[in-house]
Design a protein around this ligand. Structure first.
Ligand SMILES: Nc1nc2c(ncn2[C@@H]2O[C@H](COP(=O)(O)OP(=O)(O)OP(=O)(O)O)[C@@H](O)[C@H]2O)c(=O)[nH]1
Ligand SMILES: [Mg+2]
Length: 448
């Protein structure tokens, strides 16, 4: 069995993490006290990947981390309280007040050893640890700063394990002015230390809630339900028998053509409201699912562009429900004809697809994909412009330098982000032309 250890860091990381566990517990017919109530072997066949087991109970293979105690205290009192293992909660005494430097250098450093001890003991509980899944926001100080610190430490200690992140990017109009700083410092670290980063765009999650689900004023909880459906979708090949590669490493092999370009967008359909009781339409034809999945309205990215206006390297998609490989291949051929212009022509067979017989409980069929390409570029460009506007004035930098950061780190992070934007730019087709960029590419390869 290939186990994945999930690390939830900061408020956002823990809230999305909780929505995810709620979603996949239902997927596997596990109640909120960790008891299995289903009847299908398929639900249990790969359950160890995400759940640890005792004789009778299933627990999330998760570590819950926050520098301030409130979020974890609320989780300890929530309806999920019996599901989590209490020895996997780690909290500090106060938050970072949105300061990446406190999460990375000062307050975060104080709890790093405890976190790593728990990571080590969780790894020892696994037979064949596949890797780590980290859920955090890039805007808050704990998710971004402590998140970056833990990612560095996990990479150092488990260099051969896959490290994947679900990273929530700040919205266009961030709640806190310094979010572009925090996000840029984090991306600077994620470029080097993560294998794959799935970007969850809060503006896009909000739009999906409003436009697809008709919610007037979506709350974080609504956004998190949407995010967790998509995360449940793309993790389904690891959790259930499927015809798609069930190893993250192999999926990454296909999705990452160049080591630094490991930032992905995901899409999913159908989304549903948490309070929805009846299953969605069960009659989805696979081509319908396919077409909707690649529709901009179901992409968790805020630019809203058609995929074909992007430079797509490759994608991996999973279809859950009662579909045969033939149906899938026919639909894939049709999509290939329709969208062939969207994909770079120099990667053959760049749409990896598979089926999983176990459907989600609420929709009876679903489609989810991970897309590797320039879709993330607009978000990074926007963050980089917001960063530069602040940094040009040296606004708020004192909060960071007081925690031991050097202004050189601002300059380095800014330039790394700008490089990433140009590497993702469609006009930069020759980015990795060996003669012109060979040296830079080699450096990136060593670093990752
Ligand atoms: N989707 C979603 N985004 C959230 C949620 N909570 C916070 N955010 C976003 O995350 C960013 C703030 O990060 P938090 O996770 O609250 O901060 P933190 O990691 O706890 O760090 P501190 O600053 O130390 O509190 C902002 O961009 C918020 O919009 C949530 O439950 N869901
Ligand atoms: Mg917090």
């Amino acid at each position: 069995m290939r186990e994945v250890i999930s690390l939830q860091i900061g408020q956002c990381g823990n809230m999305i993490g909780s929505a995810f566990w709620r979603e996949i517990a239902e997927d596997h017919s596990i109640d909120l006290e960790g008891n299995y109530y289903g009847k299908s072997d398929k639900e249990l066949a790969k359950i160890d990947s995400y759940f640890s087991t005792t004789d009778t109970k299933f627990f999330p293979r998760a570590i819950m981390i926050d520098l301030e105690p409130q979020t974890l205290d609320e989780m300890r009192c929530s309806d999920l309280k019996k599901m989590y293992r209490t020895d996997k909660f780690i909290s500090g005494h106060s938050g970072t007040e949105n300061n990446w430097a406190k999460g990375y250098y000062t307050l975060g450093a104080e709890i790093k050893d405890l976190v790593m001890e728990t990571v080590r003991s969780s790894a020892e509980e696994c037979e064949h640890l596949e890797g780590f899944q980290i859920c955090h926001s890039l805007g808050g100080g704990t998710g971004s700063g402590l998140g970056s610190l833990i990612i560095n430490s996990v990479r150092e200690e488990f260099p051969d394990k896959i490290l994947e992140t679900f990273s929530v990017t700040p919205s266009k109009n961030p709640e806190i002015a310094v979010e572009p700083y925090n996000a840029t410092f984090s991306v600077n670290k994620l470029v080097e230390n993560a294998d794959s980063c799935i970007m969850l765009d809060n503006d896009a999650l909000y739009k999906i809630c409003q436009e697809n689900l008709g919610m007037e004023a979506p709350t974080y909880s609504d956004l998190n339900n949407v995010a967790s459906s998509a995360i449940a979708g793309i993790t389904s090949p690891i959790r259930f028998p499927s015809t798609l590669n069930s190893s993250w490493r192999k999926v990454c092999m296909n999705l990452v053509p160049f080591p630094r370009l490991h930032f992905f967008t995901i899409s999913h359909m159908p989304f549903y409201k948490q309070q929805q009781e009846k299953p969605e339409n069960s009659e989805w034809k696979i081509l319908d699912l396919f077409q909707r999945m690649v529709n901009p309205n179901n992409l968790i990215i805020s630019s809203g562009h058609d995929l074909c206006s992007q430079r797509i390297y490759s994608a991996a998609a999973i279809f859950r429900g009662n579909y045969s490989s033939k149906e899938l291949n026919d639909a894939l051929d049709e999509i290939h004809n329709e969208k062939s212009g969207c994909f770079v022509e120099w990667i053959p067979d760049n749409f990896l697809c598979g089926t999983c017989e176990v459907p989600p409980k609420r929709s009876l069929a679903s489609a989810s994909s991970i897309i590797s390409g320039s879709c993330v570029k607009d978000t990074y460009l926007r963050l980089s412009e917001q960063f530069t506007d602040l940094f040009r004035q040296k606004a708020y930098t004192h909060w960071y330098t007081e925690e031991g950061m050097d202004l050189m780190e601002f300059t380095e992070a800014e330039s790394n982000m700008n490089d990433l934007v140009s590497e993702y730019s469609p006009c930069c087709c020759c980015c990795y032309d060996e003669e012109e960029y060979g040296e830079e590419y080699d450096e990136g390869e060593e670093g990752s």
